[in-house]
Write a protein of this length. Structure first.
Length: 559
């Protein structure tokens, strides 16, 4: 039986730094604004022309704010991993520096001038600061850095708006590009083309924007923006830039919706309570199916038997044992199963496989053994859910098997708070978006989460919080977000003595149907039997109910 979810995040605040603020009093001159930084979003895949102290900077693909790359600064106890770039500027001129950063105590500023900082560790936030160059100043060094012993930071889409250097000899901006149109799209990319701009000296680059974010710079008049989310609308514009950094006005805008790519929201619905053959007096699945009308079961748990080899509960064979016997019964009765990898206890494949490719190979063994239509990754505890590297490994492996098995549905199941995903849940969703994992269903477990006496209200609140996070991360509307959501509850008494009664579970099911969610499950069919006053045990719910009552209610989930 799954135990309480114990998640906490303790942020040690080791100190703060004084911020040096300086600026000229003279009135600044005005000029056409331009982003004068090179490689502002690190989309080139290299740091150049940025340089980082201690060689502690690197370009990574997750987490990103825009495009497909970002900067990671690996802060140590003796080095704040400062990354900087020196650019030509004009004297007595005001510049605006901004950037998106993520991490604990991240700073953005200019040498000898202003700086700003944030303590927000869990999501990208924008920092902005202005400074004015001196009367004879022709260069400026901008920087971003973390703080000692506070862990890695990330930075993306850094811009320095103002006229380029060169003494002001070229202050004329190029003409705006025209005729921007889309020439193609996939579930993760959009191809664009436009007509060339003109300039008195010459156009050197075109900057492509998604909304207000610069996502790519190219020298020609066509580009493909990648790293996008399926079934999502994006609006693009293009600006031309010359060698002096003068930037044109925006082109016409074009809105494009990426292809669905086989994701959730395409009709996938699943009512699939957990059935565990290794615990809790497992019932005959055919008996339960006949009594309730349920068609799907989530089979628990596929674990590591050593050497990244999958086995039921780490000890029962992948095929040929009691689990296969149960699966054969289910399929003979017209049903099917989705195996659940992970859970709270045991030796997890996600944590023990050495790489994403090794984990994908282990998942593929199970997919091939049972010709699966769907798989569930039940990500819990500190070894998987609260380990950022393992999160990335799991999501990358799911992306791989989804690409190698057309039509396969992928589900991730994780804990929640009463208001929505926790820090690690939010990070899981953001990482899924940034690597293009194309997860079909994000399922939360609204139990052992402080639900108290209002299990219906708090379950709805948690699900609405997940919906809001999916909308903000993927750009989905309400209907699309709901269609990517699952609920996995706990029937009867939870470890925290929360009580989900048959009446409450019926309310939750009806609400899930009204919002057209993708999945409804509960832990577990083994416990779907009465034992009033029995407490939290493996083979009954601890409350008054009829046999298989929660399974019968769940069978009424249609999405």
């Amino acid at each position: 039986m799954r135990n309480p979810l114990r998640r906490s995040r303790v942020l040690a605040l080791l100190g703060s730094a004084a911020l040096a603020l300086a600026g000229a009093i003279a009135l600044p001159q005005t000029a056409q604004a331009a982003d004068v930084l090179a490689n502002p979003g690190f989309e080139s895949g290299s740091l150049s022309p940025w340089t980082c102290t201690g060689n502690l900077g690197s370009v990574v693909s997750s987490p990103v704010h825009g495009g497909s790359k970002s900067l990671q600064g690996a802060v140590s106890s003796s080095d704040n991993a400062q990354c900087s770039q020196t650019v030509a500027v004009q004297p007595n001129t005001t510049y605006s520096l901004s950037g998106w950063v993520r991490g604990s105590y991240v700073y953005l500023g200019v040498n000898g001038g202003a700086s700003t900082w944030t303590t927000s560790p869990s999501a990208y936030s924008q920092l902005s600061v202005s400074f004015t160059t001196g009367a004879a100043q022709t260069s400026a060094t901008v920087y971003v850095h973390g703080w000692y012993a506070q862990g890695s930071y990330y930075a993306d889409d850094i811009s320095l708006d103002g006229p380029g250097g060169g003494g002001g000899s070229d202050t004329q901006a190029p003409s705006a590009p025209t005729g921007l149109t889309s020439t193609g799209r996939t579930s993760s990319s959009v191809s664009l083309k436009w007509n060339a701009s003109t300039d008195d000296v010459g156009v050197t680059a075109y900057d492509i924007y998604s909304g207000s974010t610069s996502v790519l710079s190219v020298s020609g008049t066509s580009a493909t923006v990648s790293g996008l989310s399926p079934s999502t609308s994006y609006t693009f514009t293009v600006r031309a830039r010359d060698a002096a950094g003068n930037r044109s006005g925006a082109s016409n805008s074009v809105s494009v919706t990426t292809d669905a790519g086989g994701g959730g929201g395409t009709g996938f619905k699943q009512a699939a309570p957990y059935l565990y053959e290794g615990w809790g007096d497992p019932p005959s699945p055919s008996t339960v199916m006949s009594a309730t009308g349920i068609k799907w079961f989530t089979m628990a748990f596929m674990l590591d038997s050593g050497g990244c080899n999958p086995a039921w509960d780490s000890t029962r064979p992948l095929t040929g044992g009691v689990d296969q016997t149960a699966i054969n019964q289910i399929r003979a009765a017209g049903g099917d199963i989705v195996p659940s990898f992970g859970g709270w206890q045991g030796s997890k494949l996600g944590a023990n496989c050495s790489s994403a490719s090794a984990l994908a190979a282990a998942l593929q063994k199970v997919i091939d053994a049972y010709s699966l239509k769907a798989i569930d990754m039940d990500i819990e505890n500190t070894d998987e859910f609260e380990n950022e590297a393992v999160q990335a490994r799991i999501l990358t492996a799911l992306k791989t098997v989804k690409a190698n098995n057309p039509g396969l549905k992928t589900i991730v199941t994780f804990g929640t708070s009463t208001t929505g995903p926790t820090y690690y849940g939010n990070r899981l969703i953001e990482q899924a978006q940034s690597i293009g994992a194309n997860i079909d269903v994000f399922t939360i477990m609204p139990f052992d989460f402080g639900g108290g006496s209002d299990m219906y209200g708090n379950t709805v609140n948690a699900t609405e919080g997940l919906k809001a996070k999916l909308k903000s991360t993927f750009g989905w509307d309400d209907a699309t977000a709901y269609a990517h959501i699952g609920i996995s509850g706990m029937n009867g008494l939870s470890d925290q003595q929360e009580n989900t009664t048959p009446t409450i579970w019926t309310q939750i099911r009806d609400w899930a149907n009204s919002r057209h969610l993708a999945r409804l499950a509960f832990w577990s069919v083994n416990r779907d039997r009465p034992c009033p006053g029995g407490g939290v045990v493996s083979n009954c719910s601890g409350i008054s109910q009829s046999n298989w009552q929660f399974t019968s209610i769940t069978a009424g989930f249609t999405g």
